[in-house]
Design a protein around this ligand. Structure first.
Ligand code: ATP
Length: 198
């Protein structure tokens, strides 16, 4: 736990027009699981998206695994897994097809069938993304974030809207990632989730 931070954010500012969404945030996430808590609109997603390199900060510095997420995105991308709140999946693609596709983009992916089983997606593998339930879509997004064996995973509200069983399966997966030495930064509204995992 005394290692260098895997994510280091200093004096981060992000504005959307006249609205300041993130106002001078400092954040250090070390190896293990870090939970980012805050009410709706606090700027969690904005912060995470900046760390993922999808948004540019107005000021401040962000380092992820020691790298700049915008300038050094090519070096960072194979090492970082991302679960967005929504999007990132072709609506017409089947769940298993989508996961296999993402797995093929990585050098040493996890076993896709085992992951599908693990997350209880077995029964919906042949269903197109747009026909999956909200919870199934969440689980597929989680699977896509971890299938490439990343060193660091960003999970934006990974258990929002999940049933208790799926929630516990997600927690187990996060614990396994942690035990495998993968760092996890997750946003959540659930104090119990933060207490259990982080
Ligand atoms: P939640 O818990 O509801 O997911 P959050 O903490 O993730 O919220 P953000 O989504 O980062 O918060 O939003 C922070 C603020 O920035 C909000 O007031 C939101 O309305 C605003 N905002 C977010 N994205 C945009 C955008 N693309 N354009 C304009 N304003 C935005």
């Amino acid at each position: 736990m005394r290692s260098e931070p895997v994510v280091q954010v200093q004096s981060l500012v992000k504005r959307y027009g006249t609205k300041t969404a993130v106002d001078g945030l400092d954040l250090a996430a070390r190896q293990g699981v870090t939970a980012v808590l805050g009410p709706n609109g606090a700027g969690k997603t904005t912060t995470v998206e900046i760390c993922e390199g999808y948004r540019r900060p107005d000021s401040g510095t962000v380092r992820v695994l020691g790298l700049d997420p915008v300038r050094e995105s090519a070096a960072l991308r194979p090492r970082v897994g991302v679960m967005l709140q929504s999007g990132g999946v072709y609506a017409g693609a089947r769940a298993d097809e989508m996961l296999r596709h993402v797995a093929k983009l990585h050098a040493r992916p996890l076993d896709v069938d085992a992951l599908i089983e693990r997350l209880g997606l077995g029964s919906c593998g042949r269903t197109s993304y747009r026909r999956l339930s909200g919870g199934q879509q969440q689980r597929l997004a989680l699977a896509m974030a971890v299938v490439g064996r990343p060193e660091l995973v960003f999970l934006d509200e990974p258990t929002a809207g999940l049933d208790p069983q799926a929630r516990h399966a997600t927690w187990d997966l996060v614990r396994d990632l942690r035990d495998d030495g993968v760092s996890v930064v997750l946003t959540t509204h659930h104090m119990d989730e933060a207490e259990q995992l982080a």
